[in-house]
Design a protein around this ligand. Structure first.
Ligand code: IMP
Length: 176
């Protein structure tokens, strides 16, 4: 399916995203006062969220990235593959996983389990978006930017076949 930029429908504005990113960054900064957490961004989708989040934080922190794949077009392939592991040693560290969107929960479950294997001091999760009607997980998501209906969305790092990551707001594909 070819998706036309003009047919995208904005559901969250750049202003609302930035306000929420600052609220979450303040909350994380308060919670980890006098600690240096390591944020692990999930590539590619979270690269913009992760960079805005770290720059809004008021404490020292480190950042690293992990890359997995599970989606093709708007469909999950049902299995998650590790494409790039983290470089940092997270043993005994406070880890914060930074996700762009939690849909079924498959990706976040896979990454959380993998990071827990390295015996960090703690693992928490921040996601910009969550589709609560679809998600099936048995652990807490510590910070959720916005809960959204189960439509496929793009922008602010999220893609449709690698396009639209550079849009400043969040948009849903038109025609539904
Ligand atoms: P889950 O494993 O089903 O929770 O899906 C999580 C991953 O799928 C995210 O990291 C995204 O890469 C991708 N994804 C899920 N829903 C969307 C969407 O609506 N737009 C863009 N990417 C999505």
């Amino acid at each position: 399916m070819v998706v036309d930029r003009e047919k995208l429908i904005q559901i969250i504005s750049e202003k609302s995203i930035m306000e929420r990113v600052h609220q979450i960054a303040d909350d994380i900064s308060n919670q980890y006062k006098s600690e240096v957490p390591i944020l692990i961004g999930i590539l590619n989708g979270s690269f913009i969220f992760a960079s805005d989040l770290v720059r809004a934080m008021k404490i020292d922190c480190e950042i690293d990235f992990i890359k997995v794949s599970s989606y093709s077009g708007t469909k999950s392939k049902g299995t998650v593959h590790l494409k790039k592991d983290i470089s940092a040693d997270i043993t005994d560290r406070h880890v914060i996983i930074v996700e762009d969107i939690i849909d079924s929960g498959l990706t976040i479950r896979f990454i959380r389990e993998r990071l827990l294997d390295a015996q960090p001091k703690s693992v928490s999760i921040v996601t910009l978006l969550m589709k609560p009607e679809l998600v099936e997980i048995d652990f807490d998501v510590n910070w959720v930017g916005f809960e959204i209906p189960p439509h496929y969305v793009v922008g602010y790092g999220l893609d449709y076949d690698q396009k639209f990551r550079n849009l400043r707001g969040i948009f849903r594909l038109g025609g539904k």
